[in-house]
Every structure is written in structure tokens, then in C-alpha cells.
Design a binder for this molecule. Structure first.
Ligand SMILES: Nc1ncnc2c1ncn2[C@@H]1O[C@H](COP(=O)(O)OP(=O)(O)OP(=O)(O)O)[C@@H](O)[C@H]1O
Ligand SMILES: [Mg+2]
Length: 269
């Protein structure tokens, strides 16, 4: 991936809608609890004793510089990697080290940072890959995929080959595939990277609707601060594998450690 820093774009606007119905509805007990999780790749401690909580109904963002360990933390939650130590609890059950398909079956849908749709398959067929979660019924999978495409405003693209999609549309398709698994919680890894501000706003609106109308809990990795400020009720900041700050978007964007390591000038590596 190209090196890039936080993208503030135009930050005016959507923050006011953040404390919406879903935020007020967020339950008191965590849906996801990551406690003291670490992951080492040979000499590199990619995630170092990281702990985060996400309550049911919340939208939480995970931000930090390139290489901070954000995607690795997602992989540890979603079962792509097993942690060296620590615990990951989801809906009251330990899932650390469980297989990715089992984690998905438990209700966690995730997107991949590098999107790789099946190029020769149509948009709806790609979304159906998610729709087959826990079922072999083609109609059921198609119905789930259709609803996911509609939620992301992609229905008119359903019969196009995935290879014909622009990068932003491939990213939306990646979200649709994850959504078609009918998750309780979505993990979104930089799905708004490379979008224009108007496209970002549409994606933000779609996520807010999924959260408010369908109660889907969202944890998103995002460099597009316009989207983070508009969506997240709380933000965690990861740096060198460690959570160095957490709080509301306003709190973390004023935190001196965050300014130094990530948001400040020249602080992104
Ligand atoms: N499978 C792996 N094997 C070895 N090193 C890895 C592996 N996956 C990630 N790393 C390293 O771990 C560190 C954290 O990577 P990670 O992809 O989690 O960062 P990130 O915060 O998602 O960065 P970005 O914003 O660029 O996506 C990096 O130094 C990366 O090179
Ligand atoms: Mg990443």
C-alpha cells in the first residue's frame, strides 16, 4: 500500500449526526473485548498488549500510522491469525485462535484491506460468496447478497463483472460481501481509502443506516479523518502495536501523543 497520512479532507458537516440513535442505544456490556493481545512476527512486535472494547451498537474507529498494527489486530480478532497471548471475547465467548470461518459464523464480518473480488464473476455472485455463510441454499445466499447490495446502493451494478468495477466500487463490493454474511459486527479495513469526499459521505451514510436501522456494530480502521469524525463515537489510536490513546474523536485529535505520532505534521511513517 502507498504510504499515506491521515486525510482530513473537509471535516465540516457530519459530526453532529454522530451521537445518533444507535449511539444512545449502545449497550453497557461489551460485545467485543480484546484484552492484552500481542502478536510477534519474528523480531517485530506488531501488536503489543493491546486492549479494546466495543459495545453492542457502537461505531468505533481504530486509527494510527502505517505499520502501526491495525490490520494485524483485525486479523487477530477475525481468526486470520492467532495471538501469542491475550484474549479476544465476542458475545461472551472466547474466540482467540479460532478459525476464520468459525469467527464469521459467530457474527463477525470483515473486509480485507487489499480487495480481490473474483474478477470473472458478477457483482451479485461475489456478494453471494458472503451470503452462503452457514447455508448451501442458493436462493437464501442470493437474497442476502441482494439486500447487502441494496444497502450499499449497488443494486444496479449487480450483473456487471467485478473486473469492470472502479476501485471505490470494488471497496463497496467488499463491504457488501461482508454484509451478506449477516454479521452482528462489521470490521472494516480502510474501505474509504481513495474515495472522493462525496463518495465518502455516501459510504458514511450507508454505515450510519446499517448501524441505526439494523443495529450492526462497527469497528473501522480508517485514515480518512472526515469519515472517522463523522461516524465514530469512540476512537482508539494504535502506534507501534500499542494503544496510545482512546476517547471521543475530539479528545484523541487533541491528544499530544496522537498529534506527535500520527496527526501532526510529518509524523506519519
Ligand atoms: N504476516 C506478516 N509477517 C511479517 N510481518 C508482518 C505480517 N503482517 C504484518 N507485518 C508487519 O507488522 C507491522 C504491522 O502491520 P499492519 O499491516 O498490521 O499495519 P497497519 O497498521 O495495518 O498499516 P497500514 O496503515 O499501512 O495498513 C508492519 O511492520 C508489517 O510489515
Ligand atoms: Mg492495514
Amino acid at each position: 500500500m502507498p504510504e499515506r497520512g491521515p486525510d482530513f479532507g473537509r471535516t465540516s458537516g457530519a459530526a453532529d449526526a454522530r451521537a445518533g440513535a444507535a449511539g444512545a442505544r449502545a449497550g453497557a456490556s461489551p460485545l467485543l473485548t480484546v484484552a492484552g493481545v500481542s502478536k510477534r512476527f519474528r523480531g517485530l512486535l506488531a501488536v503489543a498488549d493491546a486492549s479494546i472494547d466495543v459495545r453492542a451498537g457502537e461505531i468505533v474507529a481504530l486509527i494510527g500510522p502505517n505499520g502501526a498494527g491495525k490490520t494485524t489486530l483485525f486479523n487477530l480478532i477475525a481468526g486470520s491469525l492467532a495471538p501469542d497471548s491475550g484474549s479476544v471475547r465476542f458475545a461472551g465467548r472466547e474466540i482467540a485462535g479460532e478459525r476464520a470461518d468459525r469467527v464469521c459464523a459467530a457474527g463477525i464480518g470483515r473486509t480485507f484491506q487489499l480487495v480481490k473480488p473474483f474478477a470473472d464473476m458478477s457483482v451479485i455472485e461475489n456478494a453471494m460468496v458472503g451470503g452462503f455463510r452457514g447455508t448451501a441454499d442458493r436462493e437464501r445466499a442470493r437474497d442476502r447478497a441482494a439486500r447487502a447490495l441494496q444497502a450499499l446502493d449497488m443494486w444496479t451494478l449487480r450483473d456487471r463483472p467485478a473486473s469492470s468495477l472502479t476501485l471505490p466500487d470494488r471497496k463497496r463490493l467488499e463491504v457488501a460481501r461482508a454484509l451478506a454474511t449477516e454479521p452482528t459486527m462489521l470490521l472494516l479495513d480502510e474501505v474509504m481509502a481513495g474515495l472522493r469526499p462525496t463518495e465518502t459521505d455516501l459510504m458514511v451514510a450507508a454505515f450510519r443506516k446499517l448501524n441505526a436501522d439494523h443495529g450492526i456494530t462497527i469497528l473501522l480502521i480508517e485514515h480518512v479523518m472526515r469519515a472517522v469524525m463523522a461516524l465514530a463515537q469512540r476512537v482508539y489510536v494504535l502506534h507501534h502495536g500499542q494503544i496510545i490513546a482512546q476517547g471521543t474523536p475530539q479528545q484523541v485529535t487533541r491528544d499530544p501523543r496522537v498529534l506527535e505520532s500520527y496527526l501532526g505534521s510529518g509524523g506519519v511513517h
